[in-house]
Design a protein around this ligand. Structure first.
Ligand SMILES: [Zn+2]
Length: 280
């Protein structure tokens, strides 16, 4: 079985060789390492890994929580990273109205738009982080509401991304059916993470059942969000196999079939990975 982890953070593992060996043993033979670093100063780290590991591809981007660091200098750095063939997407970028300490809405939106423009110029897909204030603390709700991150996100995508005709990924898709439908209509893939396995995630589960077979991906978002039965532990790419098994069961197909279709979808989205990636 060939599985792909479409979104993982590999910067902070004490023993990365062991993490990669575990992934290989679980059939996870391609990884997309997210290059946000601890902020723009270290957003090149994922690309460094992609240059030294044939099974790793990278993104680069400025996370919405660091949107205030989307300075001309850091955007120029991103433009340089985006030109690298091993950097296959820009992200994770988007909007996060959940954390009180996040930059204000205009700052986040400006950083998002600037990075969509860099991705468009490089002709590379974007991978999106979107979090609403729905479950936020009262002070964060007071800061961000009545704005809705999904409404703002889809509006900015329609304005700044749809004209490029390029695709993208809704990373760790955690929206509702309507947001899924609108994301698909905008040409995005829905990537399901460990939280789809959680009992309360009934809406995400119904989206995972209904989504077109040619538009779904799976990911860990490691080291966060470990799937059941490993919930609460430090997540790692090998565990995407649990999410694959769960989504396969939801959709009434075998884990092998789910692995095949998500691997094919990743290849359709990133054709450069088809010829370049040696299967381990
Ligand atoms: Zn992430």
């Amino acid at each position: 079985m060939h599985l792909i982890d479409s979104h993982c953070h590999l910067d902070d593992y004490a023993d990365l060789p062991a993490i990669l060996a575990n992934a290989r043993a679980a059939g996870v033979d391609t990884l997309l390492a997210i290059g946000i670093g601890d902020g723009p100063d270290t957003m090149h780290r994922a690309l460094d890994l992609a240059h030294t590991h044939p099974q790793i591809y990278a993104t680069a981007g400025i996370h919405p929580q660091e949107a205030h660091q989307a300075t001309p200098e850091n955007l120029a750095k991103l433009t340089t990273l985006a030109a690298d063939p091993r950097c296959i997407a820009i992200g994770e970028i988007g909007l996060d109205y959940y954390h009180l300490n996040n930059p204000d809405i205009p700052t986040q939106q400006a950083a998002f738009i600037a990075q969509m423009q860099i991705a468009a110029a490089a002709r590379k897909p974007i991978t999106i982080h979107c979090r609403t204030s729905e479950l936020a603390i009262p002070a964060a709700k007071a800061k961000f509401e009545p704005a809705d991150a999904w409404e703002d996100l889809l509006r900015l995508i329609a304005e700044h991304w749809t004209p490029t005709a390029l695709p993208g990924i809704m990373h760790c898709f955690s929206g509702n059916e309507d947001q899924a439908t609108r994301s698909l209509a905008a040409g995005f893939y829905l990537s399901f993470a460990g939280n789809v396995t959680y009992p309360k995630s009934t809406i995400i589960q119904s989206v995972a059942i209904a989504a077109p077979a040619d538009r779904i991906l799976i990911e860990t978002d490691a080291p966060f969000l470990a799937p059941i039965p490993l919930r609460g532990q430090t997540n790692e790419p090998a565990y995407v196999a649990h999410t694959a098994q769960f989504v396969a069961q939801l959709r009434g197909i075998t884990p092998d079939a789910l692995a095949d279709l998500t691997t094919a979808n990743f290849g359709a989205l990133f054709p450069a990975t088809l010829s370049a990636s040696p299967r381990i």
